[in-house]
Design a binder for this molecule. Sequence first.
Ligand code: ADP
Ligand code: MG
Length: 328
Amino acid sequence: MKQIFAIFLLLCLILGGCTEDLAPAEREFFAMDTVINVKIWGDETALDAVYDLISADSALFSTYNDTSDIAKLNQDAFLVVRNETAELLQLAIHYSHETAGAFDPTVYPYIKSWRSANDAPPELTHLSDRIGFDKLVLDGNTASLKDRAMIDLGAITKGYCAQRAIDELIHRKVETAIISLGGNVQTLGSKPDGTAWAVGIANPEKPSEAITVVRFHGSMALVTSGTYQRYYEWNGKKYHHILDPQTGYPVENNLASVTVLCQDGTMADAFSTALFVMGYEKAIEFWQARKDFEVIFITKDGSIHATEGAAPLLTDCEFSIIQRIKTS
Ligand code: ADP
Ligand code: MG
């Protein structure tokens, strides 16, 4: 009897231990104007490391913080920046080239005008000489801005911070984690209980609800850019925050949101913004020419369009599939 009880006790301990292993350690905090949620299976102490990293990085890149590297660079047009900032600037230049300027961090003079406009949309044409990603130059850690250009890295900062956090977790030998920063989600590994990750994509008409859920196993970055996230409003007309670098005005096309899925958080963030700027047809051409990411588009009529690699991950919704043109 004693023996049976001992075995029973052992079993309880093992099962109890397993249940504990299956439950993640979790931390929620606010940075980059977003609620950030981190879940880690395994080494709980890594939560502090992720918190410290994201807090420090986001302070370094914010245009709202006068002492940040980016604010100082904008003010003086010249700065020897920290390594993290140099890496982010280098990535910003890289993705500006890759997207032929659909993603362009030099839209900041336009953004400033939108932020300070009082009772009507701002007049922007006089600012166009200051825009263009070729005005941002990086030589090692020395950054400079030509022609009174100014930069804003808001379109890639969350993706970059998530990627840096995931890299830190890998360095600490954490095998499973999920980091969520509003429209940015990045996973590491697969859940220990064997179930799939399930990441909802906001319904642009009702952003607190999911229009569809992406289910998958393993590591992935998923980043959504949409018109509904942030906007200004005058006389009942909404002006959203994704700007056409050619004009400085909000991009007008038939897209309501673009979700990019790939292995790199910074790339997913840069491309989600850039594909939104390109519009549906050009974005598909861009995707056709590459093989390193997938996309889920939601058009203004509420329909869902998934590239053929993303389609198998969508389950509970109707959608059309965008096929790759086969080249021989
Ligand atoms: P969010 O930051 O809300 O998740 P995005 O990643 O799409 O959304 O980034 C949008 C932000 O990037 C804007 O708020 C603005 O600061 C900046 N931005 C707007 N248009 C562009 C653009 N064409 N290229 C680069 N940055 C942009
Ligand atoms: Mg983005």
